[in-house]
Design a protein around this ligand. Structure first.
Ligand code: NAP
Length: 296
């Protein structure tokens, strides 16, 4: 069976390496992005320039979006010149951005009204996972549609889990972001305490990595904190957006998330300090400022 033509919209930190992996796997790609740099780079490597979301949809059977937030996906899909104007019957819109589960369900209804299909398929694993095609992919949508798109997911990630219906992938991603944010806060507090106590924070990290406190966050972000490497990665403002999604979903369902709310305010403070475009591991700098200490 020939490989479906793929469209890719949103070529940022995550989208560009994901698009490259699809080209490496032999898919013909049509791309679009707001700024032109990444489009020109991929066109030099053999992709087609879709010129607009509509242009991408007209040329593609599977259209992937990897955009920052819910309003961005709404605009790219629903606005004049958007995906809905060009999408063909039976085509699939696969939104891999992290957005609100409620907005996802609205978009799915609009796509289905065009006799096309939608999956929500947000990811975890960061820029490294995008580059190395080892992302964890959390999927909401219909079984038969997931089966059609599975070979494409396999070119992008390793842990591919179909969770449930429309929005279930986004709910899973909100759960993921709670665990990641609270763990970064815990690692920040632990290393700041070690530093202020005059104990070698690098050795504390090393010791904790061998015990029950071990985590990928302690490993990767603990090292970032020690190296003072806050180049994103995953930006503070995007993680704040994700905790907003978690908190507003939880409020609707009457589920209290007290610790999530605290870390959300810490991200707000970081943005107030002009650190919103740093990597989310820069959460440690807030504790450092409050404690007058630097983790090194
Ligand atoms: P990013 O670097 O900010 O990339 C977003 C891209 O979307 C940019 O290239 C941007 O273009 C483009 N864009 C924005 N609005 C657009 C529009 N209206 N039309 C066309 N293109 C548009 O963000 P990212 O880190 O790749 O994240 C993308 C999504 O993945 C987010 O939902 C994020 O939460 C999620 N995610 C990120 C990570 C991570 O580690 N970074 C991990 C997992 C999930 P410009 O060049 O013009 O800005």
């Amino acid at each position: 069976m020939s490989k479906p033509a793929i469209g890719f919209i949103g070529l940022g930190i995550m989208g560009k390496p994901m698009a490259r992996n699809l080209m490496k796997a032999g898919y013909a790609l049509t791309v679009h992005n707001r700024s032109r740099g990444a489009v020109e780079e991929l066109v030099r490597d053999g992709a087609q320039d879709g010129r607009s979301p509509r242009g991408v949809a007209e040329r593609s059977e599977i259209i992937i979006t990897m955009l920052p937030d819910s309003p961005d996906v709404q605009q790219v899909v629903m606005a004049p010149g958007g995906v809905l104007e060009g999408i063909k019957p039976k085509s699939v819109l696969v939104d891999m951005s992290t957005i609100s589960p409620i907005v996802t369900q609205d978009i799915a209804r609009a796509v289905e009204a065009k006799d096309a299909e939608m999956l929500d398929a947000p990811v975890s694993g960061g820029e490294k996972g995008a580059v190395e095609a080892t992302l964890s992919i959390m999927i909401g949508g219909r079984d038969d549609v997931v089966d059609r798109v599975r070979p494409i997911f396999e070119a992008l990630g390793k842990n591919i889990v179909h969770i449930g219906g429309h929005g279930a992938g986004q709910v899973t991603k909100a759960c993921n972001q709670i665990v990641v944010a609270l763990t970064i806060q815990a690692v920040s507090e632990a290393l700041a305490l070690a530093a202020k106590a005059g104990v070698d924070a690098a050795k504390v990290r090393q010791a904790l990595l061998g015990g029950f406190a071990q985590s990928r966050i302690l490993d990767a972000h603990g090292q970032r904190m020690l190296d003072r490497n806050f180049k994103p990665g995953f930006k503070v403002r995007l993680h704040q957006k994700d905790l907003n999604i978690a908190l507003s979903t939880a409020k609707t369902l009457a589920v209290p998330l007290p610790a999530t709310a605290v870390v959300q305010e810490a991200f707000t403070a970081l943005r107030g300090l002009g650190r919103g475009d740093l990597d989310h591991s820069a959460l440690v700098t807030l504790i450092e400022d409050l404690a007058k200490v630097e983790v090194r």
